[in-house]
Ligand binder design. Structure first.
Ligand SMILES: [Zn+2]
Length: 193
């Protein structure tokens, strides 16, 4: 099924509305033939997912794609740090003043000192806690989901759609999902496990 994935994260959905939004997007994906309604063992890291449907080929750019395409869609509802899988985050930017904190040292390794406060932000979000730290540049407090991660390495949210092993999703398809998420800001992550 491949260990490469793309995740569309709604970073604005509240915990209360995430379930209904997920249902709306899923019913659209099923009725348009992008995924099948029944769930099977087609995703990694979750019990079951929705396998690709008869029209899935229309929503991806499979040019240059080789090999089998068998993965499915995992719909994730609930507080989650969505990430890019391998590697480390490289930098993070304050949403207020746009100052960027470099998280890599000169050897391209994670700078432990710079990373430390952000490690708490990331890990505590997964545990159910909001750790609000002040921007090192402007001193203003930043909500956990407010930080902008370089290359969208992390996205904090309560709703995500993770496509396992699919060729690159077409922009118009991502837009179609965004429309069904009440126009919320979405982040598209990709990565490998
Ligand atoms: Zn700032």
């Amino acid at each position: 099924m491949g260990d490469w994935f793309q995740t569309i994260v709604d970073v604005e959905a509240s915990p209360e509305e995430a379930g209904a939004l997920a249902d709306g997007v899923l019913s659209w994906l099923v009725s348009s033939g992008v995924v099948a309604a029944e769930r099977t063992d087609c995703v990694i890291g979750a019990a079951l997912g929705h396998p690709s449907g008869p029209r899935a080929g229309e929503v991806v750019d499979a040019s240059g794609w080789s090999g089998p395409w068998q993965g499915g869609l995992e719909v994730r509802v609930g507080r989650t740090v969505f990430d890019g899988g391998q590697g480390d985050p490289t930098a993070v930017t304050c949403p207020h003043c746009a100052a960027t904190v470099e998280l890599m040292n000169d050897d391209f390794e994670l700078d432990r000192e710079a990373w430390e406060p952000f490690r708490d932000v990331v890990h505590e979000w997964d545990e159910g806690y909001d750790v609000v730290i002040d921007c090192p540049s402007c001193g203003r407090p930043v909500e956990p989901a407010g930080w902008r991660w370089a290359d969208d390495y992390f996205a904090f949210g309560h709703l995500g759609f993770r496509f396992w092993g699919w060729p690159p999703l077409r922009t118009g398809f991502v837009d179609g999902i965004t429309v069904r998420l009440a126009g919320h800001r979405v982040v598209l992550l990709d990565g490998k496990l």
